[in-house]
Design a protein. Structure first.
Length: 283
């Protein structure tokens, strides 16, 4: 399986048994833009073109149309994802260079100022998109069917895109931020390069972030809300809890934040007007 491998183990129970277990791979992935490393993340080594595209978008480094090429180069101790962007994007990168060398669980490692960590993100435009409680429950119920790597390893996060009554894209990674960046990149590349991102069923390759919801297996932190807002998705659904400040930011950015989502119930923290059966905001 891509991004995972079998590892020998001993199981201690009623007896001692030798065997193997499939575990996710975690390797150093450098994201290099026009020859300068902008981030070094520990990540699952699959869907790396999606990862680089989504990272560039959600971190405000480059817009999709400014990416000219992406090449993955194998190194002795990891992978170098070499992204080449337009001169305009390169000029912005020189003004705001990040070196994010750190553990997989940290979404803000290496940022050297509060202004970078709490950067301004435009609020979500009101497109009129809504979801019913039944649709939200259905989106959560469909999520396990997209978690192939998790089923094999029980050790990765998943981020998925729900639209037109189904989950049409999903990406997994050992890092929750990485999974969301990979999803964002997959959505962008499906829109701009239809031949490199297969469709699901009869769903068209083009995606409109304003007409769907991001579904996450992880807790929701400020930086994940920022990434969702940058992508332009109006609804964020998580199976875990948000931080208090993530709720505040979601309210400010116009995102409907749904958490503790299960197949039978869920909590809504912000902008409940997008829930078809409700009319009041939760403040």
């Amino acid at each position: 399986m891509l991004g995972a491998r079998s590892v020998p183990r001993l199981t201690f129970g009623a007896a001692i048994a030798a065997g193997e277990r499939v575990l996710p791979e975690e390797v150093g992935v450098a994201l290099t833009f026009n020859g300068t490393t902008q981030a070094v993340m520990m990540a699952t080594p699959d869907n790396l073109a999606d990862f680089a595209t989504g990272f560039a978008l959600t971190e405000g480094l480059a817009r999709p149309e400014e990416i000219e090429s992406i090449t993955v180069v194998e190194l002795d101790r990891g992978l170098d994802v070499q992204v080449w962007v337009t001169p305009a994007a390169e000029a912005r990168l020189k003004d705001r260079r990040r070196t994010m060398a750190g553990p997989v669980g940290c979404g803000l490692c290496g940022i050297d100022s509060l202004e970078q960590a709490l950067r301004d993100v435009p609020p979500i435009r009101h497109s009129g998109f809504t979801m019913t409680p039944a649709q939200i429950k259905a989106a959560v119920a469909a999520l396990p069917g997209q978690q192939t790597l998790h089923d094999a390893t029980r050790a990765v996060h998943c981020a998925a895109w729900w639209t037109d009554g189904r989950l049409t894209h999903a990406r997994e990674d050992v890092g929750r931020h990485n999974a969301l960046d990979k999803l964002a990149g997959a959505m962008v590349r499906a829109s701009t390069h239809p031949t490199v991102a297969p469709t699901v069923g009869c769903v068209l390759a083009r995606t409109d972030p304003g007409r769907g919801a991001i579904v996450l297996t992880s807790r929701v932190s400020i930086d994940l809300v920022q990434k969702v807002a940058t992508l332009g998705a109006p609804i964020l659904i998580a199976v875990s809890s948000p931080t208090a400040d993530a709720v505040t930011l979601a309210e400010t950015l116009g995102i409907t934040l749904i958490a503790q989502a299960r197949a039978d119930c869920f909590d809504v923290y912000t902008h409940t007007d997008r829930i078809a059966t409700e009319t009041e905001h939760v403040r």
